[in-house]
Design a protein around this ligand. Structure first.
Ligand SMILES: [Zn+2]
Length: 553
């Protein structure tokens, strides 16, 4: 990972975790913290907590938790660098990766900003045309026929590009853009804004009102630093959550199909925008779901699109099924005629792609289906849903109580942390089971009172360890942490010495020891006993009476 630690801390400091999480779903105040139903497991009473003070989240139901980066990674199903870039973008911090910028987007933040602004303004302008202007009457009529109300048009910011639109052209030229290149191609078309996954308009798709000869039914924006063809799925900014929740994507051809399904409350939908699935789109989808149901028109073009999509989808280990769409229908007309429940039945009844394909091919060739099936190896047809590593991890088993308490104070209390770091902690913890996490906490340069520093530290941990650390960040620090830390540490040292003593005493009992070995072991035992006896004196300040300390008391 090539993003400097300093930048990560800076990004953590600028992104308030309460604001970030509230932008996905509402949080309720509960004392010093915020609460919600956990988005990572099913529950009826909220056990998902967010601490504004510690800038961390933790679910006491399923154990997930951690930094603002972990939340975005788990919620959006994206990797760490993507989460960092996303949060950086949110607060206008530029991420300079040490390996050099990835693409034009990073190199040209200013050009990108202006381009985003242009698309945002253009979407607004197209939309106003559709709603208000006289010249958009035919477009309004068309949409009304297709069941698109004004409210739906508003929600999807649908618009209309007239034949002439000089007013917008001069605005865009003033911004240093040549609208000829970007937008002039759209004339007399219904405009569908294409958004990135945070809902910013990055391109348009324009649909003709009346199908004319020689004019493409759909026309997309040219490639820009914001938009690469075949790397965007229409509607994903609105449907992502439903995709993750259902683990299944209904794929339809056109924007209107998607909008109709979404408005009928079938929300786990994506549209590759008129073309077959690309490798990039399939990869994007695999991060969200394991299964895909193709819902293409039953005409020749639809069948071909389905067949062309197959490679990319199967290569990404997606299970592919095909829903039966009656001839002359599309998902839009079907859901409007039959309603949500009937449509869902079609999705549930969708067949495995191979069965569908075999039937088509055998009909075409006049070969009985069974003969054909025998030729296809069964194995490749059932890529069942396995364990998915990208799902949020559930909490790990916490270390024993004394180690856990030392972790807690080492994370939270400056003085306690300093005390531990002055001890020979590496040597001692090497002998203590489950202490790896405490070693990580002690060896890292983190500042207990700085939430951004804690977030940056958590970003270096596995999901399981991060869940543990966030649970410690949510707990209260014992009021006398300074005295407690010495007591617990003493307990750890005594435990370690006793284990060494046990080992030495057992070895003395072994047969066939040489005299020299025996003497050495006896000396070791005596030394260990002496050390153990002297231990309480080392920490007289804690008024320990020489009895072994059980930190569990
Ligand atoms: Zn949970």
């Amino acid at each position: 990972m090539a993003i400097p630690l300093q930048t990560i801390e800076q990004i953590a400091a600028a992104n308030d975790i309460v604001e970030v999480i509230s932008s996905y779903f509402p949080l309720k105040r509960a004392g010093a913290n915020f609460k919600a139903l956990c988005p990572f497991h099913q529950e009826k009473t909220p056990s998902f907590h967010v601490s504004p003070q510690r800038q961390t989240f933790h679910c006491f139901g399923c154990g997930v938790g951690g930094s603002v980066f972990r939340f975005v990674m788990d919620y959006e199903h994206i990797d760490f660098p993507s989460a960092v870039r996303k949060l950086a973008g949110r607060v206008g911090i530029q991420v300079l990766e040490e390996r050099g910028p990835r693409d034009a987007e990073d190199r040209q933040p200013e050009a990108r900003r202006i381009l985003l602004q242009l698309h945002g303004e253009a979407a607004g302008w197209f939309h106003q045309n559709l709603i208000k202007r006289e010249f958009a009457e035919a477009a309004r009529k068309y949409l009304k026929q297709r069941g698109i109300t004004a409210e739906i048009a508003k929600r999807w910011r649908l618009g209309y590009a007239p034949d002439e639109w000089n007013a917008f052209g001069s605005w865009a030229r003033g911004q240093g853009f040549s609208p000829r290149e970007l937008l002039d191609r759209f004339r007399d078309r219904i405009m569908f804004p294409i958004c990135n996954d945070v809902g910013e308009v990055i391109a348009f798709s324009g649909r003709v009102l009346k199908e004319k000869e020689g004019a493409a039914k759909y026309l997309n924006s040219p490639e820009t630093p914001l938009f690469r063809k075949g790397s965007v799925l229409f509607g994903l900014d609105k449907t992502k959550r439903a995709l993750i929740e259902t683990n299944c994507a209904i794929v339809c051809e056109g924007q209107l199909d998607l909008i109709s399904l979404f408005e009928a409350r079938i929300t786990n939908v994506v549209a590759p925008q008129g073309t077959a699935f690309t490798e990039t789109q399939a990869r994007m989808l695999k991060r969200l779901v394991d299964e895909v149901v193709l819902c293409f028109d039953s005409d020749v073009a639809g069948t071909q699109a389905a067949e062309r999509s197959l490679d990319a989808l199967l290569q990404n280990d997606l299970i592919v099924r095909v829903a039966e769409i009656p001839a002359g229908d599309d998902p839009d007309s079907l859901v409007r005629r039959e309603g949500k429940e009937e449509f869902e039945k079609r999705i549930a009844a969708a067949r495995d792609f191979f069965d569908y394909w075999i039937e088509k091919v055998s009909a075409r060739l006049g070969v009985p289906v069974q003969d054909f099936q025998a030729l296809i190896p069964k194995q490749s047809r059932s890529s069942g849903i396995g364990a998915d590593e990208s799902r949020p991890a559930t909490g790990g088993t916490p270390p024993r109580h004394d180690v856990a308490m030392l972790c807690l104070v080492a994370l939270r209390d400056e003085a306690a942390r300093d005390f531990l770091r002055e001890q020979n902690w590496r040597e001692i913890l090497a002998q203590v089971p489950d202490a790896e996490i405490l070693v990580r906490i002690l060896e890292t340069e983190l500042r207990p009172n700085d939430a951004a520093s804690l977030n940056a530290f958590m970003a270096t941990l596995s999901a399981t360890d991060e869940g543990l650390v966030s649970s410690w960040l949510m707990q209260k620090v014992p009021p006398n942490a300074g005295a407690m830390v010495e007591k617990w540490w003493l307990g750890i040292r005594q435990g370690a010495l006793r284990r060494q003593l046990d080992v030495a005493q057992n070895r003395i009992k072994l047969p066939q020891l040489s005299t020299g070995e025996l003497v050495n072991l006896q000396k070791e035992v005596l030394d260990l006993l002496k050390e153990l006896r002297e231990l309480p004196k080392l920490s007289s300040a804690t008024r320990i009476d020489g009895q072994p300390v059980d930190p569990r008391q």
